[in-house]
Design a binder for this molecule. Structure first.
Ligand code: FES
Ligand SMILES: [Fe+2]
Length: 416
């Protein structure tokens, strides 16, 4: 089913300019190589040369194609073999050989590929951040050592006021630096509601904030693994590499102006981005091998987890959900005790399993080809107790609405 969707391959910055260095990438368990040819066209080919299997990522990217360094066979972005320099001049072998290739597009600072049946590539999902100038977005990615669905579960449950909390009120406010943050922590027992959408699921979390009002945080899950956070200017998605790893893509975006340099510089130390990675890799310095640098003193004195940065706190809880003993990162979900904090995850799982079943019965997967549906946004809003979140969401978070964060007005992106 996943092959019916467009998938992020790499950041645009990884294949910058014509004849760039090729990049190795594994997606949906398939080893691939991505590159831009001399004319700037994007290519995504099987990682192995069809001749004898040498990795094409070592190849020479030159004059309209990628040439294997072993015997020099050359392939275009569509996988066509156009040269076999070690074969006799009269050889017609090249016309009989081709490399598996997938169509690519570049949107929102990301290269995307369609890996489904040839000729069926659907309309592109029109996330708001793929439709605005690149200066208004900031995109990063890092490697997460878990199955992608651990992350989906983690993004759809309700844990903000515990996992991401601080021990003292002043730390909550100062460290998060956002308008609504203190309110988030006033009520640790939020009530979760969901509503099916054409492209996924809307998840609304209700918190009491005193008086006759509720704080509502409304996020979107879009098939197959995208999350629009309740803070309108942040999106996350987890692209399956294989059963044990996924790419964690983070997009921050705003509509009112380009990001300032100081804002970009700050991303990675606060917010959803993780940029402190081991040199030459996309693995965060704080990772599974060092227990995400959990600091027990900090845990006693400062924050709930003892781990720095929200996304690493998320990664720690998601990556440690693993089957006992066998060491895989796919949790044994038969051993769970799901509770009210998991309503969003329960409903998302049901939506996903329902979609898989329907696909097996011959139906098209949710969201495929529905490019407008992906414009739905997230929001945080305070409503009177007798106001309906769903009515409010229908009025303000439809595919044709201008994104909002607080109430009715676009403001700076906020975190979680
Ligand atoms: S293995 Fe690639 S050209 Fe021979
Ligand atoms: Fe989180």
């Amino acid at each position: 089913m996943f092959r019916r969707y467009w998938h992020p391959v790499c950041l645009s910055s990884e294949v910058e300019g014509p004849d760039c260095d090729p990049v190795e990438v594994t997606l949906l368990g398939e080893d691939l190589v991505g590159f831009k040819d001399t004319d700037g066209r994007l290519g995504l080919l099987d990682a192995r040369c069809p001749h004898r299997g040498t990795a094409l990522s070592y190849g020479r990217n030159e004059e309209g194609g990628l040439r294997c360094i072993n015997h020099g066979w050359k392939f275009t972005v569509t996988g066509e073999c156009v040269d076999t320099p070690a074969e006799p001049e009269e050889s017609t072998l090249k016309s009989k050989v081709c490399a598996r290739s997938y169509p690519c597009e570049e949107r929102g600072g990301i290269v995307w590929a369609y890996m489904g049946p040839p000729g069926t590539s659907p309309a592109f999902p029109e996330f708001v951040w793929t439709t605005i100038p690149s200066e208004y977005t900031f995109v990063s990615k890092w490697l997460q050592e878990s199955n992608y669905y651990n992350a989906i579960d983690g993004a759809t449950d309700s844990h903000v006021a515990i996992l991401h909390s601080f021990l003292k009120d002043q730390d909550r406010t100062a460290a998060r630096g956002e308008q609504l943050a203190p309110l988030l922590f006033q009520d640790q027992r939020p009530v979760v509601f969901t509503e099916t959408t054409d492209v996924g699921l809307m998840i609304a979390t209700r918190r009491s904030v005193g008086g006759d009002r509720y704080l509502w945080r409304i996020a979107q899950f879009y098939f197959p693994y995208f999350i629009q956070m309740a803070s309108a200017g942040h999106s996350n998605f987890w692209v399956p590499i294989d059963d044990e790893h996924c790419w964690n893509y983070c997009v921050s975006w705003r509509l009112d102006r380009p990001f300032a340099e100081w804002e970009k510089a700050q991303m990675g130390t606060v917010g959803i981005h993780v940029r402190n990675t081991i040199a030459g890799t996309a693995i965060p310095v704080a990772n599974r091998s060092n227990r995400w640098l959990q600091d027990r003193t900090k845990q006693r004195m400062f924050n709930f987890s003892g781990i720095d940065q929200i996304p690493l706190q998320d990664a720690a809880v998601q990556c440690t959900m693993r089957a006992p003993r066998d060491g895989t990162t796919i949790p044994d979900r038969t051993r769970e005790h799901l509770a009210s904090s998991d309503v969003g995850s329960i409903e998302t799982r049901a939506r996903m399993l329902g979609a898989v079943k329907a696909f097996e019965d011959g139906l098209s997967p949710p969201g495929v080809g529905d490019s407008r549906g992906y414009r739905r946004c997230g929001a945080q809003v305070i409503l009177a107790r007798d106001e309906s979140w769903l009515e409010w969401a229908k009025e303000h978070l439809g595919p044709d609405q201008v994104p909002i964060t607080i109430g009715h007005k676009w403001t700076a992106p906020m975190i979680m």
